[in-house]
Design a protein around this ligand. Structure first.
Ligand code: TYD
Length: 211
């Protein structure tokens, strides 16, 4: 099963993915954890280009095509093979991020983005998407604290540098998509301790895996 995690910065996606991985492995399942951008070998190069603050002059259109290129490569080389080998694939961000960030954040046409995503994913949509929902003030404060503690001041953080209004639009983009696809995208309240959130996520995932 292919499960993606979405949400604005600082919602705790990577923490929740790690907790879910342990939980599923304890049940004897094989789990592959991956991410976008950067989940494939070529994608790692694209990620560096996309997120470097040196590349502030990247145009919104060029940025879009790099995210889509990363996705196409990732689906073909990482996600599809892992699913074919019987793994549960947990992916940090996927196609919904393009609609939320490039569409709602940057103002690109969302209908067009859906079509371009369809080309990139080549028929491989997640069986379940966990949308970790949090207000941008709290999310950005968490993301900044994490960057400081990891010593990441400049190399990564183009989106952390965007305004609160930008992240408010991105959050709304995710919520609108969840309303459009209520079966696939499940909204999870991302306030509380990591363990509390993990209980919410675990219940949704097990409901789906055992269905
Ligand atoms: P990520 O590494 O998940 O960052 P974070 O851990 O801070 O959430 O993603 C990097 C950035 O890429 C993130 O700010 C969102 C952005 N992004 C897009 O704008 N469009 C996309 O299609 C994807 C996958 C990510």
């Amino acid at each position: 099963m292919f499960i993606t995690f979405e949400g604005i910065e600082g919602t705790g996606k990577s923490t929740q993915i790690a907790l879910l991985k342990s939980r599923l492995e304890a049940q004897g399942r094989r789990v592959v954890v991956t991410c976008e951008p950067g989940g494939s070998r070529i994608g790692a190069e694209l990620r560096r280009v996309l997120l470097s603050l040196e590349n502030r002059d990247l145009t919104p259109q060029a940025e879009l095509f790099l995210y889509l290129a990363d996705r196409a490569q990732h689906v073909a080389q990482v996600v599809r093979p892992a699913l074919a080998a019987g793994a549960v694939v947990l992916c940090d961000r996927f196609a919904d991020s393009t609609v939320a960030y490039q569409g709602y954040g940057r103002g690109m046409d969302t209908g067009l983005l859906h079509q371009l995503n369809a080309v990139a994913v080549d028929g491989l949509w997640p069986g379940l998407t966990i949308l970790l929902d949090l207000d941008p003030e709290t999310g950005l404060a968490r993301a900044v604290a994490r960057n400081v503690s990891e010593g990441k001041t400049n190399a990564e953080g183009r989106f952390e540098a965007e305004s609160l209004a930008f992240h408010g639009r991105v959050r709304q983009g995710f919520l609108d998509q969840a309303a459009r696809c209520p079966e696939r995208i499940r909204v999870v309240d991302a306030t509380g301790t990591p363990e509390e959130i993990a209980l919410r996520v675990g219940a949704l995932v097990e409901g789906r895996l055992n269905a």
